[in-house]
Every structure is written in structure tokens, then in C-alpha cells.
Design a protein around this ligand. Structure first.
Ligand SMILES: Cc1cc2nc3c(=O)[nH]c(=O)nc-3n(C[C@H](O)[C@H](O)[C@H](O)COP(=O)(O)O)c2cc1C
Length: 159
């Protein structure tokens, strides 16, 4: 069983709604299970135990939130233990061309520094799922597809 950990930060609920849909996408994959966690509750052991980690943050000044960055900075203490895990990212922003992609890339950059495996996407939302405020129908689909893609890759890597 591939364990997918979805960690999100959300002050006004938009990124949390996305997280629910990413988790739903994971559940659609045979051989994958999901744990959904607010960033306030996330412990380093949770990250070490997971086969795949998906991070979701509101876009704050074109970056991830301070809480998400604080968690990532703490992963210095487990550096080396996340190598080979699958990663992905999602973000909710206030508008288009307002920093969503840089926020996604910031989270993915930390994953790459850990030696994690981050799959891009050729046909849509190249860097992960993004929504303007709360996810609309199409953005919900992208969140589910992100969860599905990350979980499918984690399951494939188990074999
Ligand atoms: C401190 C702060 C900084 C923000 N910076 C940006 C930004 O750079 N670009 C943007 O599009 N939205 C920005 N926003 C808006 C949030 O990204 C947006 O409202 C998001 O949907 C909030 O997600 P949440 O409901 O999960 O907290 C900012 C909001 C706050 C509170």
C-alpha cells in the first residue's frame, strides 16, 4: 500500500477545499491510502512514514505561506529520509498571474532538494493544481487529478 500524505495550510478555507479534493483523487487509486493533515498538526515523523507527500498552501506574496515554509525548514532534521518519495503541490491564490506558479515551484524546489520525485504535467496545469480562491468545478478536477497522478506514481514505484 502506498501512503500519500496531504499537508495543507489554509487560513480562510480555500486551500483546505483543494486538499479534500486531492485526497479524493488519491482514494480513486487502487493500492493507495491517504492521510489528510493541517500543517499545524504535521510532524516530521509523518513525512518520513509517507511514500508520497503533497503540499498545499495559499499563495502569499508569490510564495508558500510562512507556516508551510517553517515546516519545510524543519525537515533539515530529516534530510536524506525523504529521498525517493513522490511529491506534488497545490495552491490557492487571489487571482491569475499573481504568484501561483512561483508558490508551486517554491514547494517543489524544496522537494527536489530532498531528492524527491516530482512529476510535471504536459497537458494542463504544468506545475500542480491551482485555484483562484475556492476551487471551481474545473479546479476540483485538477486537484483530483493531482492526487490521482501522485498516488499512481507512488504505487508504480512500489513494484
Ligand atoms: C498575507 C497574504 C498574502 C497574499 N498574497 C497573495 C499573492 O501574492 N497572490 C495572490 O494571488 N493572492 C495572495 N493572497 C490571497 C490568498 O492567496 C487567497 O485569498 C487564498 O485563496 C487564500 O487561501 P486560504 O483560504 O486557503 O487561506 C494573499 C493573502 C494573504 C493573507
Amino acid at each position: 500500500m502506498a501512503n500519500v500524505l496531504v499537508i495543507y495550510d489554509s487560513r480562510t478555507g480555500n486551500t483546505e477545499k483543494m486538499a479534500d479534493q486531492v485526497a479524493e483523487g488519491v482514494r480513486q487509486v487502487d493500492g493507495a491510502s491517504v492521510v489528510l493533515m493541517n500543517v499545524d498538526k504535521a510532524k516530521l515523523d509523518d513525512l518520513v512514514a509517507a511514500d508520497a507527500i503533497v503540499l498545499g498552501s495559499p499563495t502569499y506574496y508569490g510564495n508558500m505561506s510562512g507556516k508551510m515554509k517553517e515546516l519545510l525548514d524543519k525537515t533539515y532534521n530529516i534530510h536524506g529520509k525523504l529521498k525517493g518519495k513522490v511529491g506534488g503541490a497545490f495552491t490557492s491564490s487571489g487571482g491569475t498571474a499573481c504568484g501561483a506558479e512561483t508558490a508551486l515551484l517554491a514547494m517543489m524546489q524544496a522537494m527536489l532538494v530532498h531528492g524527491m520525485i516530482v512529476q510535471g504535467r504536459n497537458d494542463d496545469k504544468h506545475y500542480g493544481a491551482a485555484a483562484i480562491e475556492a476551487p471551481d468545478e474545473e479546479e476540483v478536477k485538477h486537484c483530483q487529478e493531482l492526487g490521482n497522478m501522485v498516488a499512481s506514481l507512488a504505487v508504480a514505484l512500489e513494484h
